[in-house]
Design a protein around this ligand. Structure first.
Ligand code: PMP
Length: 411
């Protein structure tokens, strides 16, 4: 049961810019799991990258009011004045960064922000440094935009964090961007201000390198971890940093498709040029909802954080109790990224050898009916990602099945 990773149909020739890009491996896992479910198999899917909470009521109400008030037309190109104002205030209140209204931009999800930024800045051959494990879309978007992803492995021993020496070595005259994501999808690792400092010092010495930071999961952190963002730590980098965020994860608004960013005016303007020829503007109703999300009550964020923390603790403890698996405790997001090095070389009850992390995740799906994503999808092996944004009961059942499947492996 394989699903093609390439876009290929008889008689159809894709453009060369997408020829080497496959359908996201996360989506492939989801598609296989859905097909098995349709066949009546009791598959538990721990693959999805979205909160299992609903969008808050006040946000939904704001959207309904916007519809009734006729806010159903094209809006300003890269964000309504009301939403831009809310974003400026959010950056000031939560991150201590002062952006002007023309230094912020809104798009159809943070994914489009990344797309706009790379489309607006990359010439063929320009390099983007991406520490691995990384969110799968990063390198694909870079390649679609004509750039070259320079992948730097950052394994569990390094707490999945890029080290200053690695950054220094990776920088060339062609480096355009370094892209950092904290807390990280898929590792859940986050950078404190101290962790960031040496990296920012390297960047100060290389003025041609711009910094893109993806703070999408900043509100999902545990154990009082103090989230930090580079521009707040090092204002000298403000004129070449794009600080990306969005409402998808914090406010459980993945389907509303609103992402935003703060950055230097010239970059923000160039991004708007791309957006003007792609989507014209983000959805008007979703923007009204996002205003309420950012300006409205924030107390529920802590309650949701606490619910995610309980699930993180459960998953980490149970994974570390399984022979052959090793899970670092993540600081944030709702993923664990565990090593499965200890099961490599073993045989499944059907006699198949587990040679790589994707063999292990195939085995879990086919025999234990648990869908997780192999580390290879995120550029770092041998690991696998669990998304624990699902019920405790389902997590417990899935972990029982994983434990049972691992104990059935033979040397
Ligand atoms: N950044 C990271 C790290 C993500 O995990 C995601 C969603 N999976 C995004 C950005 C994109 O979010 P959206 O397009 O929904 O705003």
């Amino acid at each position: 049961m394989t699903i093609s990773t390439k876009i290929e149909e008889a008689g159809f020739k894709p453009a060369s810019r997408i020829a080497s890009i496959g359908v996201s491996k996360i989506l492939q896992v989801g598609a296989r799991a859905a097909a098995m479910k349709r066949d009546g198999l009791p598959v538990i899917v721990l693959g999805a990258g979205e909160p299992d909470f609903d969008t808050p009521e006040n946000v939904k109400e704001a959207a309904k009011a916007a519809i009734d008030a006729g806010e159903t037309k094209y809006t300003a190109l890269d964000g309504t004045p009301a939403l831009k104002k809310a974003i400026v205030e959010k950056f000031r209140r939560e991150n201590g960064i002062d952006y002007d209204i023309d230094e912020v931009t809104v798009a159809t999800g943070a994914k489009q922000i990344l797309f706009n930024a790379f489309m607006a800045t990359l010439d063929p051959g320009d390099e983007v440094i991406i520490p691995t494990p990384y969110w799968t879309s990063y390198s694909d978007i870079v390649e679609i935009c004509g750039g070259v992803s320079v992948l730097i492995p950052c394994d569990a021993k390094a707490n999945f964090r890029l080290q200053a020496e690695q950054l220094e070595t990776a920088i060339t005259s062609k480096t355009r961007w370094i892209l950092l994501n904290s807390p990280s999808n898929p590792s859940g690792a986050a950078y404190s201000a101290e962790d960031y400092r040496p990296l920012l010092d390297v960047l100060i010495r290389h003025p041609h390198v711009w910094l893109m930071v993806d703070d999408m999961y900043e509100h999902i952190v545990y154990d009082d971890f103090a989230v930090a963002t580079p521009v707040a730590i090092e204002p000298r980098l403000k004129n070449r940093t794009l600080t990306i965020n969005g409402v998808s994860k914090a406010y459980a608004m993945t389907g509303w498709r609103i992402g935003y960013a703060g950055g230097p005016k010239a970059l923000i303007k160039a991004m708007a040029v791309i957006q003007s020829q792609a989507t014209s503007c983000p959805c008007s109703v979703s923007q009204a909802a996002a205003v309420e999300a950012l300006n409205g009550p924030q107390k529920f964020l802590k309650e949701r954080q606490e619910s995610f923390r309980r699930r993180r603790d459960l998953v980490v403890e149970r994974l570390n109790d399984i022979d052959g698996l090793d899970c670092r405790t993540p600081e944030g997001a709702f993923y664990t990224f565990s090593s499965c090095a200890g099961v490599l070389g073993k045989l499944t009850p059907k006699g198949r050898k587990i040679e790589a992390d994707h063999d292990f995740t195939d085995y879990l799906l086919e025999e234990a009916h648990v869908a997780v994503v192999p580390g290879s999808a995120f550029g770092l092996s041998p690991y696998f990602r669990i998304s624990y944004a699902t019920s405790q009961a389902e997590l417990m059942e899935a972990l029982n099945r994983i434990k049972h499947a691992c104990s059935a492996l033979r040397n």
